[in-house]
Design a protein around this ligand. Structure first.
Ligand code: NI
Length: 158
């Protein structure tokens, strides 16, 4: 396992849309090592989420939260989103030193493939729901600062 370099804004790499992962690729050693690297990179940077394009890999993969635990989401799709929204104060490993308020769905349901190649679905609320939306945006090449209604640097501890 090794830590990857986190790409920081501004970079065209962060604006590129990521491509679906082929199911046959998931069980390969190379891909599993990549997932471990992604987890280690996130932990090393004290993050609660990271998406593959942040380390220059344009595949639809992110590490988010399921309960309190980091969890790998492959080919994630937000299939349901609550009408109710919340203002979340967010930062990003690719946008160091900047925080901002982003309006997010309070709850989301994510359909995805887990790291063992099994189809899965989870309903998330609170921080895990926010992280899933933030990381899904990365897969579309969108950074939170593009959606923020207000920049709050230093963080206001909303
Ligand atoms: Ni981010």
């Amino acid at each position: 396992m090794s830590r990857r370099t986190i790409i920081t804004n501004p970079s065209p790499t962060l604006q590129e849309k990521s491509l679906p992962v082929d199911s046959a690729e998931i069980s390969t050693t190379e891909f599993q090592v990549f997932l471990d690297d992604l987890l280690e990179t996130m932990h090393g940077a004290d993050g609660v989420g990271i998406a593959a394009p942040q380390v220059g890999v344009h595949k639809r993969v992110f590490v988010g939260l399921k309960g309190n635990e980091p969890h790998v989401f492959i080919n994630p799709e937000i299939t349901r989103a609550s009408f109710r929204k919340v203002d979340s104060e967010e930062g990003c490993l690719s946008v160091p030193g900047i925080w901002g308020i982003v309006r997010r769905h309070r709850c989301v349901t994510v359909s995805y493939t887990d790291r063992f190649g099994n189809p899965a679905r989870v309903r998330l609320e609170g921080l895990p729901a926010i992280v899933a939306q933030h990381e899904t945006d990365h897969l579309e090449g969108i950074l939170f600062i593009e959606k923020a209604t207000r920049i709050t640097t230093p963080p206001s501890a909303l």
